[in-house]
Design a protein around this ligand. Structure first.
Ligand code: NAI
Length: 265
């Protein structure tokens, strides 16, 4: 009804949850920093609790003392319902209302079809797929209760579209395709509450996700079939995410946006 769609503006003190913010060179930390600079209180969540706790302390110290913003580092396995519940209990107790969720936690699966055991399949689907779902369920429930809408950004990959380029990523491609379907379903279901849900598809980004295998030589080899002739930087993904979390994307939902230098089009 009209009453439901005519939502309140975000409260001045509001929280964005960013998963996958543990990796020092990863996309998650860039996003957390950028959203904090734009006035958000931030929850940095990751499997690596020590890493996000240290990062949260660092980020909190960078914020102006009078901003009223908070930063919380919380260890969570996004694929584990009990762990997600515990993390949200802390967020509820310690942070301003949740208005944004950025799901960046993810794991690769550099396995061929023949190497893709049922255990590896389960883990790659659990973290990338189920993890995205569990975080969305918990965050969206709070956004609905808050009554001021919200922003959800999920992370797929161009691998979901092209199957993985030059080497085997079949399980990862499947899991990242699941994230696209999850996002579209969420956009349809949650639009009535003023909650947007969009999915980004990064191309090759210079982080440690492939366990340091992105050597200078490989980066150069990959660049030849990228129109912009280079791999991307995590900041360039963070910029897109900040747009999707920000006010300027208010009528953008259910869409998939690539950030890949034109690699897949
Ligand atoms: P990264 O490997 O630097 O960071 C991923 C973070 O997720 C790590 O800190 C890790 O501890 C965390 N994580 C893993 N499993 C988790 C779990 N079960 N629960 C909570 N946290 C968990 O990766 P990067 O590059 O920052 O990637 C972020 C997202 O972007 C991932 O979803 C990735 O699949 C996606 N992506 C990255 C691309 C790239 O080239 N770097 C390309 C396409 C997509």
């Amino acid at each position: 009804s009209l009453e439901i769609t005519r939502i309140q503006p975000f409260p001045e003190q509001r929280t964005a949850i960013v998963t996958g913010a543990g990796a020092a060179r990863g996309i998650g930390r860039r996003v957390a920093r950028k959203l904090a600079a734009e006035g958000w209180s931030v929850v940095a969540a990751d499997l690596d609790a020590a890493a996000v706790e240290a990062f949260a302390e660092e980020l909190a110290a960078e914020l102006p003392a009078d901003s009223g913003q908070k930063v919380l580092g919380v260890g969570v396995d996004v694929s584990d319902q009990a762990a997600v519940d515990a993390a949200f209990a802390r967020v509820d107790a310690e942070m301003p209302p949740i208005a944004a969720l950025v799901n960046l936690a993810g794991i690769p699966s550099p396995h061929s079809i023949f190497e893709l055991t049922s255990e590896i399949w389960d883990r790659v689907m659990d973290v990338n797929g189920k993890g995205t779902l569990l975080m969305m369920q918990a965050a969206a429930k709070r956004m609905v209760d808050g009554g001021f809408g919200g922003r959800i950004v999920n992370t797929s990959s161009i691998t979901a579209l092209d199957g993985g380029g030059t080497f085997s990523k079949t399980g990862y491609a499947a899991a990242k395709a699941a994230v696209q379907g999850l996002t579209r379903g969420a956009a349809r279901e949650l639009g009535q509450y003023g909650i947007t849900a969009n999915v980004i598809l990064p191309g090759p980004i210079d982080t440690d996700i492939m366990g340091g295998t992105l050597t200078d030589e490989r980066k150069e080899g990959m660049s030849s079939n990228i129109p912009l002739q280079r791999v991307g930087q995590p900041e360039e993904v963070a910029g897109l995410i900040a747009f999707l979390v920000g006010e300027d994307s208010s009528y953008v939902t259910g869409t998939s946006i690539s950030v890949d230098g034109g690699k897949h089009m």
